[in-house]
Design a protein around this ligand. Structure first.
Ligand code: NAG
Length: 313
């Protein structure tokens, strides 16, 4: 369906994950469940950390609470629309809905990448400079680094979106994915986007790649430090860090793949984008809560507090 070049497009059509009706219904239930689990799990983490004074004053949990908040938000940008779209024949999104989706996706995604680096630095200081840990990671530094991650996310998304919103779209308007994202939408602009494509590769692709390498280096440094100190500490550090490495790989792997080679039209991209919009937000609570004694203890403390306060009133 080729439109006349002069007519402006006011909406995009998303193709979704599949065009098989039965599969769409199965996906509807799977992703609905996944989204419910993402919201419940991450909300539980945020509430527990916010109301437990011990956890809230522990740097790692303070950062983790903020990571959970970001995970919830990233998932909310993409998943509810995707879930309801599984039941729709025509998956339509308005031009401004599409722009908003890309803006928030990169805003929150950029913040999350920065926060993951802050969390790695936090682990590095805790393990390699334990004596200075509480003085370095004080409340001011923590609040500052959370604000910094939001600021970096904002600059990251603005640097791409200021150019994207001025692009003319005159058809075709089909986005072969589950939500709007820069590489696919740029391809639909009816103007030369070569420079903008390079900007996205540098800004999103290269940035994800550099963050990922930095994180891997920080994990290796931590492991080497721990191993040099004692052989027994290695297994404990490995089990803590393996959780971080899993999350980081699942988050960055797809991002690097999608943005560093964005304009070669792989149709696997839409399956990969499920990873950072659904799988990582789902995994974080599982990895950090179910495996974590301190977190579980705080949750039961919170429950008893709640029960006893209800009895007194
Ligand atoms: C996240 O960061 C903000 C601002 O630094 C802080 O006030 C808040 O308590 C943090 N959230 C959690 C759940 O720790």
């Amino acid at each position: 369906m080729k439109m006349v070049n002069s007519s402006k497009i006011s909406e995009f059509v998303l193709l979704g994950l599949t065009n098989t009706r039965e599969l769409e219904i199965i996906f509807f239930f799977i992703f609905l469940l996944a989204y419910a689990a993402i919201m419940a799990g991450n909300l539980l983490i945020v509430v527990t950390i916010t109301f437990d004074s011990h956890l809230h004053s522990t740097p790692m949990y303070f950062l983790l609470g903020n990571l959970s908040f970001l995970d919830m938000s990233i998932s909310t940008i993409t998943t509810p629309k995707m879930v309801t779209d599984f039941l729709r024949e025509n998956k339509i999104i308005s031009l401004w809905g599409c722009m908003a989706q890309m803006f928030f996706l990169h805003f929150l995604g950029g913040s999350e990448m920065t926060l993951l680096i802050v969390m790695a630095v936090d682990r590095y200081i805790a393990i390699c400079k334990p004596l200075h840990y509480t003085t370095i990671m004080n409340r001011r530094v923590l609040t500052g680094s959370v604000l910094l991650s939001w600021a970096i996310g904002f600059v990251h998304t603005m640097s791409q979106m200021v150019f994207t919103i001025t692009l003319p779209f005159c058809g075709p308007n089909v986005v072969d994915s589950i939500f709007c994202d820069l590489p696919l939408v740029l391809k639909l602009a009816c103007t030369e986007t070569y420079v903008l494509e390079l900007l996205v590769i540098a800004d999103s692709g290269l940035l994800s790649f550099i963050c990922f390498i930095l994180l891997l280096i920080s994990y290796i440094v931590i492991l080497v430090t721990v191993q040099r100190r004692s052989s027994g500490g290695l297994s404990k550090a490995l089990s803590t860090l393996s959780a971080h490495i899993t999350v980081v790989t699942l988050f960055f792997g797809p991002c690097i793949f999608i943005y560093a080679w964005p304009f070669s039209s792989f149709s696997v991209d839409k399956f990969l984008s499920v990873f950072y919009s659904v799988i990582t937000p789902l995994l974080n609570p599982i990895i950090y809560t179910l495996r974590n004694q301190e977190m579980k203890a705080a949750m039961s403390r919170l429950r008893t507090q709640h029960v006893s306060s209800r009895q007194t009133f």
